[in-house]
Design a protein around this ligand. Structure first.
Ligand SMILES: NC(=O)c1ccc[n+]([C@@H]2O[C@H](COP(=O)([O-])OP(=O)(O)OC[C@H]3O[C@@H](n4cnc5c(N)ncnc54)[C@H](O)[C@@H]3O)[C@@H](O)[C@H]2O)c1
Length: 258
């Protein structure tokens, strides 16, 4: 089977909801054993370890328990994250920065560190970043910078772990239909994204999971240190642009022609 994960053992942080849950379900469908690490229990029948990814001791224990319960670990998905959007520099605080970086940055750094400690050679690390870590968007003083850091942690992990053929890649979703997005009443992001995204809609968690399956598979062995956007074209550029054709161009007279 193409992109099979048969015989692989995987850990997914933030696997109780949204993108992480879709990844866990897809990995299992592709043949992997999957253990979920989350601060909230899973409603699905996966082996589960409760941990807060901002706490290194809890992350270390979760990776050890994954190896104990699954027999080994081949794939680590550092996906857990919090999404405080709509915070500009006028309202950014030390507490918000510390909490956001604690989960989104420290959590991924601990995930790479402990994946490196227990992962089988030739294994896979996937980190969930975001399109807002790639382009500037308003109100992202804490969140967007944390995701830019995830993209760079990915590169650093890739070069350190390459010697063991462990690949480290980031996935940068656009706006995806998960509880973090749909749970916000009258979320203005939804109509905005539907209008601004070239493909004209939000993404689905299952679409992100399909990319994760590919990156986790043997077929992706030569891809490492990359950040792959799955965003309906959002970071490719804008689609609305009322530029009129200049008269000289319309008449076939180019500016550099005499
Ligand atoms: N939904 C989107 O539009 C979108 C876009 C780009 C990036 N992302 C990123 O994707 C990832 C998943 O987001 P989602 O939309 O599925 O969110 P979600 O809220 O549906 O799920 C996040 C999961 O992470 C868990 N979690 C949060 N903090 C944790 C912690 N400290 N320790 C352990 N578990 C913790 C939550 O309990 C939850 O189960 C996040 O990193 C998010 O930043 C989401």
């Amino acid at each position: 089977m193409t992109f099979s994960l048969a015989g692989k053992a995987a850990l997914v942080t933030g696997g109780s909801s949204g993108i992480g849950r879709a990844i866990a379900l897809r990995f299992r469908e592709a043949g992997a054993q999957v253990l979920i690490v989350d601060r909230t229990p899973t409603a699905d029948d996966f082996p589960f370890v409760r941990a807060d990814v901002s706490d290194e001791t809890e992350v270390a224990n979760a990776f050890d328990e994954a190896v104990d319960r699954l027999g080994k670990l081949d794939i680590a998905v550092n996906n857990a994250g919090i999404q405080p959007l709509g915070v500009g520099f006028d309202s950014v605080t030390g507490d918000l920065l510390n909490r956001t970086f604690g989960v989104n940055v420290n959590g991924v750094a601990f995930g790479i560190k402990h994946a490196a400690r227990v992962l089988t050679d030739g294994g896979r690390v996937l980190n969930t970043a975001s399109f807002v870590g790639m382009i500037g968007t308003p109100g992202g003083a804490a969140y967007s910078t944390s995701k830019a850091a995830v993209i760079h942690l990915t590169r650093l992990g890739a070069i350190e772990l390459a010697i063991r053929r462990i690949t480290v890649n980031a996935i940068s979703p656009g706006t995806i239909r998960t509880p973090a997005v749909t749970g916000i009443p009258d979320n203005p992001e939804i109509p905005f994204i539907e209008k601004r995204t070239p493909l004209g809609r939000l993404g689905e968690p299952e679409e992100v999971a399909a990319l994760a399956q590919f990156l986790a598979s043997d077929e992706a062995a030569y891809i490492t240190g990359q950040n792959i956007a799955i965003d309906g074209g959002l970071t490719a550029g804008w689609t609305d642009y009322d530029l009129v054709l200049p008269a000289n161009v319309r008449e076939g007279k180019w500016i550099d022609e005499p």
